[in-house]
Design a protein around this ligand. Structure first.
Ligand code: ATP
Length: 259
């Protein structure tokens, strides 16, 4: 379970971009985070894996407080959090297999990592997952020879190789055509169920969020103002999430306040 309490993030001395957020994600739920550009969606995801340092608040993953960790402990905790990126973040000149196996680096000794001596079990698991997502036949191909959808599948398998306890996806379909985008959303949804993994997806495409996720979290300038099932995302709720400006938000407008 991921439990975020009273999370604040301020970049430098500016206004907070996350304002006392509370969010709990349990089980194999697929949760989408929607909101205007600048609402703080990426910052929220990046605070969870500490790519961005939270200013204050608590982020607990299966009993472990992530905000307090430093050094080795932080590296150990990070491997429990899988991340899938909009731009895939693959190493182009490496093969699909090498990219996938880089998901295991956090588990290997320095010597094993440098010499790329992966345990047999890791290799078996890599093939199993690559088969599952339909890229096993590309294992020895260079990553830059693949289509966008195939590259994102590599990114998903790499994240799963970490044996994560949660999967974070930062606009995973934004670089893909509509059909491929739907396939990736379906894949994330299916994998959440198969691996009993909670998935948190930052996404701009509200139609996909409604179709492929169990729960929608709507952010407006640093606050969560909607958190419910897709069917509850009415036009009024959409208006509250997407209208306004940071200045209007500072003045206190919002769905929670209005209701
Ligand atoms: N490294 C940074 N330094 C300073 N300000 C930042 C930094 N990263 C993000 N911000 C600011 O924080 C706010 C929230 O940005 P964030 O990227 O989290 O929003 P978002 O909802 O993910 O937007 P988008 O949908 O456009 O990606 C924005 O005002 C942004 O300019």
């Amino acid at each position: 379970m991921l439990k975020i309490t009273d999370l604040v993030k301020r970049y430098g001395s500016g206004e907070p971009v996350l304002k006392n957020l509370d969010l709990t994600v349990e089980g194999e739920t697929v949760v989408s985070v929607i909101g205007s550009s600048g609402a703080g969606k990426s910052t929220l995801l990046r605070c969870i894996n500490r790519l961005v340092e939270p200013t204050s608040g608590s982020i607990v993953l299966n009993g472990a407080e992530l905000t307090k960790l430093r050094g080795r402990e932080l590296r150990m905790a990070r491997r429990r959090i899988g991340m899938v990126f909009q731009s895939f973040n693959l190493v182009d000149r490496l093969t699909v297999m090498e990219n996938v196996m880089s998901g295991r680096l956090g588990y290997l000794s320095t010597w094993a990592a440098v010499s790329r001596r992966y345990p047999k079990e890791d290799i078996r698991r890599a093939f199993e997952l690559m088969e599952r997502v339909g890229i096993a036949h590309y294992a020895d191909n260079r990553a830059d020879g693949l289509s966008g959808g195939e590259r994102q599948r590599v990114g998903v398998v790499r994240a799963l190789m970490q044996q994560p306890e949660i999967l974070l996806a930062d606009e995973p379909t934004a670089s893909l055509d509509p059909k491929t985008s739907e396939q990736i959303m379906q894949l994330l949804r299916d994998l959440a169920g198969e691996l009993k993994l909670p998935v948190l997806i930052n996404i701009h495409n509200v139609t996909e969020a409604k179709q492929y996720t169990d729960r929608i979290v709507g952010m407006r300038y640093g606050r969560i103002i909607f958190d419910d099932a897709p069917a509850a995302l009415t036009e009024d709720a959409m208006e509250a999430i997407y209208s306004g400006s940071p200045a209007a938000d500072r003045a206190g407008a919002g769905l929670k306040e209005a209701s």
